[in-house]
Design a protein around this ligand. Structure first.
Ligand SMILES: CC(C)(COP(=O)(O)OP(=O)(O)OC[C@H]1O[C@@H](n2cnc3c(N)ncnc32)[C@H](O)[C@@H]1OP(=O)(O)O)[C@@H](O)C(=O)NCCC(=O)NCCS
Length: 313
């Protein structure tokens, strides 16, 4: 056994969905503007008890059940998040203890909205190196705590939720080599100042950065996995804005056979949770079959980006 694969997926979506019309009651915006510029119709907003750790634990438990693995078998937990209420302690060990995983290695990873793809790359390499046999990779965010609800340019975008994957050894390598990187010179395009702790974002330059850069990153990740973008069964971009995803898909000249994840339409931008949520939605709705090859493409605060081709469990 020398490969690593995703063995199971799980998700946690808050029950409360906030509509564009609801936002328009307190913000100078409209359902029409939000749909046209972002493709978003609703976003999930967590209840008081749906903390980053609680949502992550819920998603991770479902992923373990999906993989047919016990909590006792988990020897590594990586939590990708940037929205914990407090960063001390990190959340990964709390998820492990809540699940009943005895003494796994556990750490949090902050790579903004690329976090899940970064965490998946790290866990896959640890599995391939023989350092982990059953790894939990979770993206969980409560961006509603970090959102300025009086700022119409950001409040329409963000949501809460968690998605998880179990990664384990496999004869067939189901997690392709990662294509990743960063540009800290552009950090001020999306950040939360230490005084307000509320996200501020320069939308248009971020949009241009992402649509210019991501097609090349996507092509490189596909090449590393030995296939062309047109060979993919689906593409799962970070759900920052569906119009932006459409631009990336156009630039890649993807044929109609490639399914494009559009989970953000109902879920909003959930940062590190958006890629695993969108992947599990594709699988659960039957849009992609088990074994199908899907490109994951994360990008966001840092700025950071990361992409890899995975096989659907
Ligand atoms: C945020 C975003 C949706 C804004 O869309 P846009 O088409 O770029 O719109 P602009 O920011 O240029 O704003 C256009 C106009 O709409 C206004 N506007 C902004 N938000 C609005 C809202 N919610 N409702 C109505 N009008 C709004 C602006 O004030 C501006 O008005 P003006 O022309 O009078 O100045 C878009 O830039 C985006 O998604 N960017 C990328 C976000 C991203 O990548 N995030 C990833 C990091 S996690």
């Amino acid at each position: 056994v020398s490969g690593a694969a995703i063995l199971g997926l799980g998700e946690h979506r808050p029950a409360r969905l906030v509509t564009n019309d609801e936002l328009s009651q307190t913000l100078d915006t409209s359902d029409e503007w939000i749909r046209e510029r972002t493709g978003f119709r609703t976003r999930g907003i967590a209840a008081a008890d749906e903390t980053v750790v609680a949502m992550a634990t819920s998603a991770a438990g479902k992923a373990l059940a999906d993989a047919g693995r016990s909590p006792e078998s988990v020897d590594l937990v990586v939590l990708a998040t940037c929205s914990m209420a407090s960063s001390i302690p990190g959340g990964a060990a709390l998820i492990a203890s809540a699940l009943g995983a005895p003494t796994p290695a556990a750490f949090d990873l902050n790579a903004g909205c690329s976090g899940f793809c970064y965490a998946l790359a790290v866990a896959a390499d640890l599995v391939r190196a023989g350092r982990s046999r059953t790894a939990l990779v979770v993206g969980s965010e409560r961006l509603s705590d970090w959102t300025d609800w009086s700022d119409r340019s950001t409040a329409i975008l963000f949501g809460d939720g968690a998605g998880a994957a179990v990664v384990g050894a496999s004869d067939l390598d189901g997690i392709g080599p990662v294509e990743w990187g960063s540009d800290g010179t552009l950090a001020e395009l999306v950040y939360a100042p230490t005084d307000t702790r509320l996200l501020t974002m320069q939308g248009p330059p971020l949009y241009r950065w992402a649509t210019r850069m991501l097609p090349g990153v996507a092509e490189a990740a596909c090449a590393r996995a030995g296939l062309a973008p047109a060979d993919l069964a689906a593409i799962v971009c970070h759900q920052a804005n569906l119009r932006m995803i459409d631009a990336v898909v156009r630039a890649l000249r993807l044929p109609p056979s490639v399914v494009v994840a559009r989970d953000g339409a109902t879920t909003g931008n959930t940062s590190a949770a958006s890629v695993p949520l969108a992947l599990s939605a594709l699988r659960d709705t039957g849009a992609v079959a088990s074994g199908a090859r899907v490109l994951l493409l994360g990008f966001g605060a840092g700025l950071t980006y990361a992409a890899q081709v995975v096989a659907v469990p």
